[in-house]
Design a protein around this ligand. Sequence first.
Ligand SMILES: N[C@@H](CCC(=O)N[C@@H](CS)C(=O)NCC(=O)O)C(=O)O
Length: 205
Amino acid sequence: MSPKLILSYFDMPALGEPLRLALAMTGLPWEDQRVSKEEFMAMKPSLPYNQLPTLEVDGTLIPQSLAQMRYIGKIGGLYSEDPIEAAFADAAMEAVIDMHFHLRPTVHEQDPTKKMEMRKAMTDTFLPTWLGNLERALKTAGGSYFAGGKLSIGDIYVVCRLNWLQKGVLDGIPATIVDEYPLLCALIKSVMSEPRIVKYVESRA
Ligand SMILES: N[C@@H](CCC(=O)N[C@@H](CS)C(=O)NCC(=O)O)C(=O)O
């Protein structure tokens, strides 16, 4: 019998969307619980690490989004049992965390001029290197996926972040920044064309 799965997160993509796409890819039933700020404040003291997202599995709350991704990967066949292949899926996810680390100060910067300077530095320096490294990792892995020649949580995690960049929601970072990386663009297309993901995206529209 499949476990009862409830993902709780705010009504935004951020850390939640890779989990939602991975859950959709498992083909298992799961509940997409969207939590308001008020609800979060009430539940925060009792949450593990006082944070969202949480993934409830048959009544047990799993904390930390990367741990949740790996759990979903294991039950959904999206995380190889081969330790090397699993490590490459992990590496792709860790690369996204590197990007968060660089982006976060630009999100919290209050001075608009300074914020735009930081974003320009990301656009001119950090992001081309980061995207180039991801493109190279994909090429080294065979060109289609980051790990083991098949779809994994690493691909889903990277694609969610690239999709977000392509939405152009970050002032000062052009929505076209991913366009010149053909393997990454092909990966986005391939992941977002997976029938279970298409179904999920249509269901939330
Ligand atoms: N390392 C954690 C970070 C979780 C996190 O920072 N969650 C934020 C929302 S994106 C949160 O709960 N913030 C509210 C708070 O800490 O009060 C993970 O990956 O799950």
